[in-house]
Design a protein around this ligand. Structure first.
Ligand code: AP5
Length: 225
């Protein structure tokens, strides 16, 4: 089978970064710019947990404590999601997180290839401070915080109730940040060695970060059909 050329509508982008680096915030915008689906493994896993099945109850243990879900399980979740049309593009948010997941993703996509991996670079201190103040809409899932100016408990976009995520508790945040160093930093080096990585400064206002991310995908969006 011949590889499907990368066009804006088929851009295959990974977005990585520490917990709290702004992956969810930026992926929503990038997916809109590129007109491709935003696929967040965190959101997919939380949706499974909410269904309260035996699988959901098992996954809840990982998510609530900040542990990574085993590679094979999370790869299955992504594979199911891509199965409808694996040649379509995507912005993958929070997947892969280990070299083993990346190797399985590459096999899943072959002969198509990844176009770009964006690492949203923030210091651990900035990431922690953002997570400690984060609120998430229970209806639309949008993350927000004091920087948005939303002061009451209602989502400014859909009116849903804003709440703190269970894993945004100080010791769980520490565990999530430690797992990023241990398992995802080697993946970032792996992607860099393959010439796929662009690291952007993800501190400063979200609009400025979004402009840097949009510039990073220009080379994919500009690719001939
Ligand atoms: P997931 O939901 O992906 O969590 P995460 O990686 O810890 O990342 P977060 O969602 O916490 O942060 P974010 O980078 O998206 O930042 P956000 O935009 O919200 O995964 C949850 C769990 O699922 C994992 O712990 C694991 O158990 C499991 N899991 C998921 N994928 C997995 C995988 N591949 N393998 C195994 N397990 C997996 O922003 C954070 C806050 O900052 C918000 O309040 C936002 O409004 C604010 N903010 C954003 N940008 C800015 C800015 N520029 N300036 C100021 N504030 C900002």
């Amino acid at each position: 089978m011949a590889a499907t050329p990368a066009t804006p509508a088929r851009a295959r982008i990974l977005v990585l970064g520490r917990p709290g680096s702004g992956k969810g915030t930026q992926c929503t915008r990038l997916a809109t710019i590129l007109a491709v689906p935003h696929i967040s493994t965190g959101d997919l896993l939380r949706a499974t947990v909410a269904r309260d099945t035996p699988l959901g109850r098992m996954l809840k243990g990982y998510l609530d404590t900040g542990e990574l879900v085993p590679d094979d399980l999370v790869v299955d979740v992504v594979a199911d999601h891509l199965a409808d049309d694996p040649t379509n593009g995507f912005v993958l948010d929070g997947f892969p997180r280990t070299v083993a997941q990346a190797e399985q993703l590459v096999e899943l996509l072959a002969p198509d290839e990844l176009d770009l991996a964006i690492d949203l670079a923030v210091s651990p201190g900035v990431a922690r401070a953002r997570l400690l103040r984060r609120l998430v809409c229970g209806d639309c899932g949008r993350p927000t915080g004091p920087q948005s100016g939303e002061t009451d408990a209602q989502c400014g976009e859909c009116g849903g109730l804003l709440a703190t995520r269970l894993d945004d508790e100080a010791s769980t945040i520490s565990r999530r940040l430690a797992l990023h160093e241990e398992l995802t930093e080697p993946l970032i080096a792996w992607l860099d060695a393959k010439g796929l990585l662009v690291r952007i400064d993800a501190e400063g206002p979200a609009d400025e970060v979004a402009a840097r991310a949009a510039a990073a995908v220009t080379r994919v969006a500009a690719a001939p059909a």
